[in-house]
Design a protein around this ligand. Structure first.
Ligand SMILES: [Zn+2]
Length: 49
């Protein structure tokens, strides 16, 4: 999967989501990159929770 660091925006591909960003070392900053379609789906599914 494609991953991106929320802190430094470093992008790379890995099978699993690492705890630390391999570039800046920030913990818990790794997330999957989102396509425009993902953003669209999320906004459509947003609830009041
Ligand atoms: Zn980073």
């Amino acid at each position: 999967m494609n991953l991106v660091c929320a802190k430094c925006n470093y992008k790379f591909e890995k099978d699993k989501t690492p705890k630390l960003c391999p570039y800046c070392g920030k913990e818990g900053s790794m997330g999957k990159t989102k396509s425009a379609q993902d953003f669209l789906n999320e906004s459509l599914m947003e609830s009041d929770e």
